[in-house]
Design a protein around this ligand. Structure first.
Ligand SMILES: Nc1nonc1C(=O)NC1CCNCC1
Length: 246
């Protein structure tokens, strides 16, 4: 899978995508990631990428001509057209279903906004999908892009290693994750649920499923109904994932 990112701050992407699962997916050739500086496509000597909004108002708007040139330049760098995703609070709220849909694409081109946003003509004529990572305002679309890259990468076959699959992860069947415990078995009088020490795998699986259902009912009843509940809880797996973190 190829992912291209259009941003005014390529340096923002150094670090989070150079460790763990995403790093390994890149090293293994599962993810082909390219970060591009929008400012390289500005044409004036000040390398201007934004301007004042027509109609007045606060802040600046990213120019449609600069964004369009940047997109066409990047698009030409690979044979697949690429699905253009603009990160914005006005987009569809990212969830497991959307992550899976995006992970099925051969190529994504992520556009990171800054300032008050981008000229609407770019959205109308060049963007395929607008995605939000939540109802709050960030300084730029770079962190949302990294969240999306991380979540999508976990669905690339082989990215989680041989021991685990995204099918067994939280939200995979519409439920929240069960509580996790590890050694020491007792600490300051805080004990691990006996069932988890029993070695009885069927009872452990049943306990974990009940915990997932109870947590979801208590904390996220919305996941059990309506759009979020579209992946109705299937037969519980709940097996812990052994994912190599390195
Ligand atoms: N929440 C968000 N999910 O995706 N993008 C989000 C966001 O806050 N973007 C900023 C909005 C203000 N302008 C700079 C970008």
């Amino acid at each position: 899978m190829r992912i291209d990112v259009l941003t005014l701050f390529p340096e923002a992407f150094r670090g989070p995508l150079d460790v763990s699962i995403v790093k390994r997916a890149r090293e293994d050739g599962l993810l082909d990631l390219h970060i591009h500086d929008i400012r390289e496509h500005a044409t004036d000597r000040h390398r201007t990428v934004d301007d004042y909004p027509f109609g007045g108002g606060q802040g600046m708007v990213m120019r449609v001509d600069v964004l369009d040139r940047a997109l066409e330049h990047v698009r030409a760098q690979a044979p697949e057209r690429g699905l253009v995703v603009y990160l914005t609070p006005a987009g569809e709220r990212l969830n497991d279903r959307i992550v899976r849909e995006l992970a099925a694409e051969p190529r994504l081109i992520l556009v990171c906004g800054r300032y008050e946003g981008v000229d609407e003509r770019f959205v109308e004529h060049c963007v395929d999908r607008e995605i939000s990572i939540g109802d709050y305002v960030l300084t730029g679309g770079e962190l949302p892009a990294m969240v999306l890259i991380d979540a999508v990468t976990r669905h690339i076959p082989g990215a989680l290693g041989d021991a685990a699959s995204p099918e067994e992860e939280s939200f995979a069947d519409g439920l929240l994750e069960h509580p996790q415990y590890t050694r020491p078995a007792e600490y300051r009088g805080w004990k691990v649920p006996e069932v988890l020490l029993s070695g009885h795998h069927a009872k452990i699986a049943a306990w974990r499923r009940e915990q997932r259902l109870a947590r979801t009912r208590e904390r996220r009843p919305d996941l059990l109904e309506g759009a979020e509940g579209e992946r109705a809880p299937g037969p519980g797996s709940g097996a812990a994932d052994e994912v190599d973190e390195r």
